[in-house]
Design a protein around this ligand. Structure first.
Ligand SMILES: Nc1ncnc2c1ncn2[C@@H]1O[C@H](COP(=O)(O)OP(=O)(O)OP(=O)(O)O)[C@@H](O)[C@H]1O
Length: 266
C-alpha cells in the first residue's frame, strides 16, 4: 500500500488521492498479471507421465516414476526436493539433454521424447538457456566476452552483439563491471554474468540447477530479483531447482519432489 494511504484521515484526502487509491485497488497485482498471461497461452513445455530409469550394473534404478508438469510462458517455477529425489534428472529431460524411458515431453509442438540428439541440440541452441550451480564462466574472458561467446555459439548476427550484450549485462546490474574477469567478481556477480550469458540469445526457457546454492542470503535475494526481472522483461520462463525454503515465495508454482514423484505441489 502507498504510504500516504496508511496515514491521516480519509476526510483530509484530496479527490486526486482518492482517485489514485481507487486506481491502485483496481490494478491487478504482478502475480495476477503473470497468472493471467499463463492461463491465456499454451504451455511452453509439457511433461506427461514421464519415467526415467538407469541401468546400474545388472540393476535398473527407476529415478522418475510418472512426472506431469506444464510450464507456461513467463512463469517462474521451482523444483524442490531432497538430494537424490530426481530434480536434475528431470531438468535434463526438460532441456533436451536426455530422453525419458517412458512418457512424453513437448517443447511447444516439438516432441523431445521422439527426437534424436541433433534435433534436440538445435532447439537447445536457439531456445533454451542453462545456468548451473558452479557459474560455468570462461575464466580468462571478461563478463562482456563471456556473454559474447553465447551469441557466437547461437549464430546471432555480429551487428547485434554489442547492444544485446550491454542490455543483458545492464539487466543483471553489471554494466559497470562488464570488463572484469570472473576472478575479479563476487560469487553473486559471477552468477549474474552467467544469467546474462544464458539469456543473451533470447531463449524462451531458462533452466537453472541450484543457481543459488553457493551464495549467501543477500546474494541469493539479488539473484531472485534478477530472475523476476528477466521473467517480466524477456518473455522467458524459468524452471529452477532449489533446497532453499526462503526463496519459494517468489515462484509462481513450486513442485515438491519426493523419490521421483511430485507431492503436495502448490
Ligand atoms: N546417469 C545416471 N546413472 C545412474 N544413476 C543416476 C544417473 N543420473 C542420476 N542417477 C541417480 O538418480 C538419482 C537422482 O539424481 P538427481 O541428480 O536427479 O537428484 P537431485 O534431486 O537433483 O539431487 P541433488 O539435489 O543432490 O542434485 C540419484 O540416486 C542418482 O544417483
Amino acid at each position: 500500500m502507498l504510504s500516504w494511504l496508511s496515514r491521516g484521515s480519509s476526510a483530509a484526502k484530496t479527490d486526486e488521492q482518492q482517485e489514485a487509491r481507487a486506481k491502485e485497488t483496481d490494478k491487478p497485482s504482478a502475480a495476477a498479471n503473470s497468472a493471467e498471461r499463463a492461463r491465456s497461452s499454451e504451455p511452453l513445455l509439457t511433461v506427461r507421465n514421464v519415467e526415467r530409469s538407469f541401468d546400474v550394473g545388472s540393476q535398473k534404478i527407476k529415478v522418475l516414476k510418472g512426472i506431469n508438469l506444464s510450464l507456461y510462458p513467463s512463469q517462474l517455477v521451482m523444483l524442490r526436493g531432497r538430494s537424490g529425489s530426481g530434480k536434475t534428472t528431470l531438468m535434463n529431460l526438460m532441456g533436451g539433454l536426455d530422453t525419458p524411458t517412458q512418457g512424453e515431453i513437448f517443447f511447444r509442438d516439438r516432441p523431445f521424447h521422439k527426437w534424436d540428439d541433433d534435433k534436440r541440440t538445435e532447439v537447445r541452441r536457439k531456445d533454451i538457456g542453462f545456468i548451473f550451480q558452479a557459474f560455468a564462466l570462461m575464466p580468462l574472458l571478461s563478463a562482456y566476452e563471456n556473454v559474447e561467446l553465447s551469441l557466437r555459439m547461437a549464430n546471432t548476427p555480429r551487428s547485434e552483439w554489442k547492444s544485446r550484450i550491454t542490455s543483458c549485462l545492464d539487466l543483471v546490474g553489471l554494466s559497470k563491471r562488464m570488463h572484469h574477469r570472473p576472478f575479479e567478481l563476487s560469487g553473486g556477480e559471477q552468477q549474474r554474468v552467467a544469467i546474462a550469458k544464458a539469456i543473451a540469445h533470447k531463449p524462451s526457457l531458462l533452466l537453472a540447477d541450484e543457481p543459488t546454492a553457493e551464495l549467501d542470503s543477500q546474494m541469493t535475494a539479488q539473484i531472485m530479483q534478477v530472475f523476476k526481472e528477466v521473467v517480466a522483461t524477456e518473455n522467458v520462463s524459468i524452471c529452477m531447482t532449489t533446497h532453499d525454503p526462503t526463496i519459494m515465495e517468489v515462484a509462481d508454482h513450486v513442485y515438491e519432489m519426493v523419490d521421483g514423484v511430485f507431492v503436495d505441489n502448490r
